[in-house]
Design a protein around this ligand. Structure first.
Ligand SMILES: Nc1ncnc2c1ncn2[C@@H]1O[C@H](COP(=O)(O)OP(=O)(O)O)[C@@H](O)[C@H]1O
Ligand SMILES: [Mg+2]
Length: 359
């Protein structure tokens, strides 16, 4: 005795299907946009993903089919049509940012591949279709422009603010659709209005406020190593979606990663996950995954130590690391997918913190 096949009964049957990697009902998540039962038989679903980089699409399709088949063995084949809209909470409103998710990438120490991973996250999300920016907050060691192979001086543009006043902003420099702002574009510049000196948090604030980012799904911030004060500045300015910590498998770097995780926790920035970079023969592997589990932090994956990654970065072609034939492609795409998943998931779990008052 089965109930008749209708949009309502099908939706009811999908209520029990959990979105893989997120663990919540696809119906409760608002993912089911449309349900159709064409006269020729079968079921057509319109499903909206919370990120274009959702890494478990095949698993989701299978779970949706299974959910329907279980309730309605007579339903016939299920086809799924995917769309996406990045979930976010636009917490940068107070400083005029129209960015759905601001993600800080940090590490306890330098040289672990933090900038390479920041750039790779941006590239992976961009290639998936999202609108992405990268802010190079490593004021004293800016390497983002080099990784993307861009140079130049940002143009000053005039925008009309909400109060009708004219605001001057800097246009980010764009590399293959990724919007970039870095001190690397400004050093040597003689325009004292833009950067008033080595006052770190003031500079970060100006970068956020004065860059004409436009609307973005993800803004990735490459933090300087050992970044307590900058993380605090950021969390005072806007509600960060969270931080991603990069480490290498070496014990020493792992200890630094623990410090970085604790530091983010102390300033109440959710830790979205840990990436083990340069895993492989020389340094070993797997240490970060174990450490992440111990600390209750999602593990976003391993990126092997691979000369090609350094070569692409050195050549200013970080996009090349994602091209067909690049040996690191799958590992990098996996990390990006896992990061996108954790970003989407964290929005469901942590009620967004309003920006703290400036102390
Ligand atoms: N997975 C990797 N395999 C090989 N070389 C890497 C890898 N990740 C980063 N590198 C290289 O290591 C060096 C440091 O990386 P970088 O991203 O600048 O680190 P950080 O920003 O933490 O100082 C760079 O030369 C970079 O090309
Ligand atoms: Mg760096």
């Amino acid at each position: 005795m089965t109930s008749p096949l209708s949009e309502t009964t099908l939706r009811e049957s999908l209520r029990r299907v959990l979105a893989p990697g997120i663990g919540r009902s696809v119906v409760d998540l608002g993912m089911i946009q449309s349900i159709q039962t064409p006269s020729g038989g079968g079921v057509e679903l319109g499903v909206r993903l919370p990120t274009p980089a959702y890494p478990l699409k095949n698993e989701l399709s299978a779970a949706l089919s299974a959910g329907i088949a279980q309730a309605f063995p007579q339903a016939g084949p299920v086809s799924v049509d995917y769309t996406w809209e990045v979930a976010g909470n636009e917490t940068g409103g107070a400083i005029g940012l129209r960015v759905k998710n601001v993600i800080a990438v940090g590490s306890g120490k330098g040289g672990v591949g933090k900038s390479t991973m920041s750039a790779s996250l941006a590239v992976g999300l961009k290639l998936a279709g999202a609108r992405v920016g990268v802010m190079d907050a490593d004021i004293y060691g800016p390497s983002i422009p080099h990784l993307f192979g861009v140079t130049g001086r940002p143009a000053i543009v005039e925008e009309t603010g909400p109060d009708g006043k004219i605001i001057q902003r800097m246009d980010p420099i764009v590399a293959n659709g990724v919007k970039i702002m870095s001190m690397g574009f400004l050093v040597g510049a003689d325009d004292p209005v833009i950067v008033r000196g080595p006052i770190l948090h003031r500079t970060i604030e100006q970068f956020l406020r004065m860059t004409a980012w436009g609307e973005l799904d993800y803004l990735i911030i490459d933090l300087p190593p050992g970044t307590g004060d900058i993380a605090l500045t950021l969390s005072q300015l806007l509600g960060l979606t969270g931080a991603i910590v990069v480490c290498t498998p070496q014990q020493l770097a792992l200890l630094d990663a623990v410090k970085a995780i604790n530091m983010f926790r102390k300033v109440k920035i959710p830790v979205l996950g840990l990436i083990e970079n340069m895993s492989g023969e020389i340094f070993g592997r797997g240490g970060a995954q174990k450490k992440a589990a111990e600390m209750g932090v999602p593990f976003l994956g391993e990126v092997p130590i691979e000369a090609k990654i350094r070569e692409y970065g050195d050549a200013g072609d970080i996009f090349g690391a994602f091209a067909a034939g690049s040996p690191a492609r799958e590992a990098l795409r996996n990390v990006c997918g896992q990061a996108a998943l954790q970003i989407a998931k964290s929005l469901l779990e942590t009620p967004k913190m309003p920006s703290l008052e400036i102390l």
